[in-house]
Design a protein around this ligand. Structure first.
Ligand SMILES: [Zn+2]
Length: 198
């Protein structure tokens, strides 16, 4: 069997680590890199290293950012009384693109999953509870409409039960089994407007 040169194979293996990238796509990517200028390749490689060095989690909401607090938590115009609980930073971007939500976020960094062995303690749930103070009026649970997303939503709503706040679920409009970051903007607006009280 013909083999690729060592450095070709190494880059191919790196690309194959990306989600949904099979052998054929990885080979295409390697050829794409080979067609770049030296300068383009240098910038590409530098960006990979830089993102790991400069990105961190917002101290307040766990969203990805480059400083202690993300731009949303730093913005005094945001409504700190409304917290939207999402699975990942991707969902923050999806919600922000809609431009209708004025509150702040709390990123869980995953969902409770009995099948994958993800427990509540593996997620940022405990520090969500710590954030519930007198200022907070509503927590909108916007986890995915998947089995794991529903389990997570149920778990959090039970924890918040008894607190003097509204707990609502972003469900209406998001297809069952659907992921928030794949929903289009109109669907998300409807989901936000039509949120139901737990
Ligand atoms: Zn933040």
């Amino acid at each position: 069997m013909a083999e690729y040169p060592n450095s070709f194979q190494k880059l191919l293996d790196s690309f194959r680590r990306l989600p949904q990238v099979g052998n054929k796509a990885a080979i295409r990517f390697v050829y794409a890199v080979l067609s770049m200028s030296d300068e383009e390749v240098r910038v590409f490689a530098e960006n990979l290293v830089k993102i790991k060095q400069s990105l961190r989690k917002c101290k307040q909401c766990n969203n990805l950012c480059e400083e202690e607090l993300c731009n949303i938590c730093k913005n005094p115009a945001r409504d700190y009384g409304t917290i939207c609980v999402v699975t990942s930073s991707k969902d923050v971007v999806a919600m922000e693109n809609v431009g209708q939500y004025q509150g702040v976020y709390h990123v869980l960094d995953g969902e409770i999953s009995p099948s994958k062995g993800v427990l509540p303690d593996d997620l940022h749930i405990a520090n969500l509870l710590l954030k519930i103070d007198d200022r907070v009026k509503e927590v909108i649970i916007a986890t995915n409409s998947t089995v794991d997303g529903e389990i997570t939503a149920m778990y959090i709503s039970k924890l918040l039960n008894g607190k003097p706040i509204i707990v609502s679920r972003l469900a209406h409009g998001i297809p069952i089994g659907g992921q928030l970051d794949y929903a289009d903007e109109r669907t998300l607006i409807k989901a936000l407007e039509g949120r139901t009280r737990y």
